[in-house]
Design a protein around this ligand. Structure first.
Ligand code: GLU
Length: 411
């Protein structure tokens, strides 16, 4: 089953639960626009390479298309379609006036020099120029893309338009019109929800062990924020493998060690920690498993072996629909991606507003506004879970589809 079909399966499940209008389901079952580009890049050795790139605009009934773009070898049209649909749903879960889009380029950025990545980014912008813009489609960071890349993106688009158009992209550096709190926002939003979720169950941070899969922007920040709140992060991983420790790790130490030694597998106190494979990490005994890597990590093969009590999905689509079913039967409660990681796009929305007004908020103000949106969405999702006696994922879809149905009925 393709990733986009996974997304449709999730949408259809919730659609039948709430009796969604068939036309609405039909509209959401295909993106509104799919763009495929071939990006020429002059490499440092003088050769010319072509990279395959995509931008998919799923739906804009709630507002301009919005969503990140990633640089990864696994990118293809089906993946980008799925990720774009999740953006439409995600923005509707938290009720921000934005639609859904996603982009990606098939490339391993670790094999490119900084200059090559800059030229790739600038040429990607040139090819997307007709379909993006501050009121049309606003890209942002995603897997392997960051503030520096967003700054090049904004600069290239502004050059093409002959004026300052920084609002074309979010997730920029602070010097170039980014928002305070944006780089931590995906993790911060998820942490706000996890806090509420565990507080309602009367579970204290000090009693909670956490394993984090993925030590990119979301995973690393989540590990740090959770540790600051007193949670015990006892396992972390990256693409090369992971470590599990008898005592809580210090995420900041792991971060600087990873920068030095290229992977978390070489980090942590050897007397306290042992190395595990990525497969083993997912099966560790812990209270909360945070999935912050890529899609399709828990499948029908390994879901029966999961021992965590709760799962927080910071990545997009880390659990397949079959695995979801298995985890439901095992009574493992999942805080779903479309709610848990919506903090990133929410602060992107704040960045858009700040760019438009040329008025910038403090980190405290941003986090306060973010918390309010996340907690409100959490309460709505929980209410729907009780109303429809369903999982949090189904309830989050129900919340989003309800909003989209209202907007689409105006068509
Ligand atoms: N890439 C992030 C996501 O998947 C953020 C998107 C955005 O800020 O537009 O939600």
């Amino acid at each position: 089953m393709s990733l986009f079909n996974n997304t449709l399966a999730q949408i259809e499940k919730a659609a039948s639960l709430i009796g969604l209008n068939e036309d609405v389901l039909h509209i959401l079952s295909e993106p509104q626009r799919k763009v495929e580009v071939s990006i020429p890049v002059r490499m440092d050795d003088g050769s010319l390479r072509l990279f395959e790139g995509f931008r998919v605009q799923h739906n804009n009934v709630c507002g301009p298309y919005k969503g990140g773009f990633r640089y990864h070898t696994q990118v293809d049209m089906e993946e980008v379609k799925a990720l774009s649909a999740w953006m439409t749903i995600k923005c509707a879960v938290v009720g921000i006036p934005l639609g859904g889009a996603k982009g990606g380029v098939v490339v391993n950025p670790k094999e490119l020099s900084e200059g090559e990545i800059e030229r790739l980014t600038r040429n990607y912008v040139r090819l997307l120029e007709p379909v993006i813009g501050p009121d049309m489609d606003i890209p942002a960071p995603d897997v392997n893309t960051n503030a520096k890349i967003m700054d090049w993106f904004a600069d290239e688009y502004s050059k093409l338009k002959g004026k300052d158009m920084k609002g074309v992209v979010t997730g920029k550096s602070l010097e170039n019109g980014g928002s305070k709190g944006r780089s931590a926002a995906t993790a911060q939003g998820g942490v706000y929800i996890l806090d509420e979720f565990l507080r309602e169950k009367d579970i204290k941070p000090e009693e909670t062990t956490i394993v984090v899969q993925g030590f990119g922007n979301a995973g690393e920040t989540a590990a740090r924020l959770l540790t600051e709140e007193g949670y015990k992060v006892v396992g972390v991983s990256d693409s090369q493998g992971g470590i599990v420790c008898a005592h809580a790790v210090n995420p900041e130490e792991i971060s600087s060690c990873k920068t030095d030694k290229s992977s978390v597998v070489h980090c942590g106190d050897p007397a306290d920690c042992r190395r595990v494979t990525n497969e083993d990490l997912l099966e560790l005994e812990c209270d909360v498993l945070v999935l912050a890597a890529m899609e399709n990590q828990l499948t029908k093969e390994n879901a029966p072996l999961v021992k965590a009590k709760y799962i927080l999905e910071l990545a997009n689509g880390p659990i397949t629909p079959e695995a979801d079913e298995t985890l439901k039967q095992k009574n493992i409660c999942i805080i779903p991606d479309i709610l848990a990681n919506a903090g990133g796009v929410t602060v992107s929305y704040f960045e858009m507003l700040q760019n438009a007004d040329n008025n910038y908020l403090s980190e405290e103000e941003i986090n306060e506004k973010l918390k309010e949106i996340m907690v409100t969405a959490w309460q709505e999702v929980k209410t729907n879970a009780e109303k429809y006696e369903c999982t949090l994922r189904e309830a989050a879809y129900a919340t989003a589809l309800g909003r989209l149905e209202e907007k689409l009925s105006e068509l």
